[in-house]
Design a protein around this ligand. Structure first.
Ligand SMILES: NC(=O)C1=CN([C@@H]2O[C@H](COP(=O)(O)OP(=O)(O)OC[C@H]3O[C@@H](n4cnc5c(N)ncnc54)[C@H](O)[C@@H]3O)[C@@H](O)[C@H]2O)C=CC1
Ligand SMILES: O=C(O)C1=N[C@H](C(=O)O)C[C@H](O)C1
Length: 216
């Protein structure tokens, strides 16, 4: 793979360079500019929505697929990403870990069982994280199919923890996901990039990438 990396000087950018070391990094974008050394066939973007227009333009220019993990996207951003997916394969997810994507499936399938219970989410991240709530908390709420309170902690170097509490008068059920390091997100992004270079044009979730990985 020849990949372009948007957000190359960031925390995820560093992790991605290590995990993608068998592949060729031919284009980098960060706040200091665009550095081109070749023609990417896929872009990986873990950055900020302020650079999204550049990412989309670069994908169009090179006819390259896109793996995007950037959070705090607006509705108009999602619309623009979906428009790009008419022309190239796009994988978008607010969380590229296997565990969170399995949890999403479990929540979607069991949501009706939790009717009548109090449901709240606590998410904990490092103190450099800019967005609140986390993108993951948003997709967990979507999977539950209802609006629930989210409590956010920004402390120390925590890579990303999410706990959902379900409670009635007599009991509390809690389900937690703990990212041991942000490497797990970079490994997910690598799977998604490998998927992207062989997929048809379209908009894909990371769940679809996981199912594709299992079939291989
Ligand atoms: N979907 C997932 O699994 C995960 C998503 N993330 C998300 O990835 C994003 C990046 O996270 P971190 O690496 O921790 O952030 P960071 O702050 O360490 O890095 C951000 C990178 O984006 C670049 N950037 C920001 N604004 C830019 C602009 N206007 N033009 C060009 N480059 C710009 C910076 O130069 C830097 O390289 C965040 O949105 C975070 O929530 C993080 C981890 C996992
Ligand atoms: O910014 C982070 O670090 C993370 N962001 C994602 C989110 O907002 O959910 C995913 C992960 O939790 C780490």
């Amino acid at each position: 793979m020849r990949y372009g990396l948007v957000g190359s000087s960031g925390r995820m950018g560093h992790e991605i360079k290590e995990v993608f070391s068998a592949h060729e990094l031919v284009l980098e974008v960060d706040e200091s500019g665009i550095f081109r050394r070749g023609e990417p066939n896929v872009f990986v973007d873990f950055s900020n929505r302020s650079v999204l227009a550049t990412t989309l333009q670069l994908c169009s220019q090179y006819g390259a697929g896109l793996v995007i993990g950037t959070t705090a996207l607006a509705e108009e951003d999602m619309k623009a990403i979906k428009e790009l997916s008419n022309h190239v394969p796009v994988v978008q997810s607010y969380n590229f870990s296997t565990g969170i994507n399995i949890l999403k499936i479990l929540l979607r399938e069991s949501a009706s069982l939790f009717e009548g219970m109090d449901v709240e989410i606590i998410e904990t991240h490092h103190n450099k994280k800019k967005d609140v709530p986390s993108g993951t908390a948003i997709i967990l709420k979507e999977a539950l199919g209802r609006e629930v309170p989210v409590h956010s902690l920004r402390i120390g170097g925590v890579p990303g923890d999410h706990t959902i509490f379900f409670a009635n008068e007599g009991e509390v059920l809690q389900i937690s996901h703990h990212a041991i390091s942000r490497r797990v997100f970079a490994i997910g992004a690598l799977r998604a990039a490998e998927f992207c270079v062989s997929a048809k044009n379209g908009f894909y979730s990371f769940e679809e990438v996981l199912r594709w990985t299992q079939k291989r």
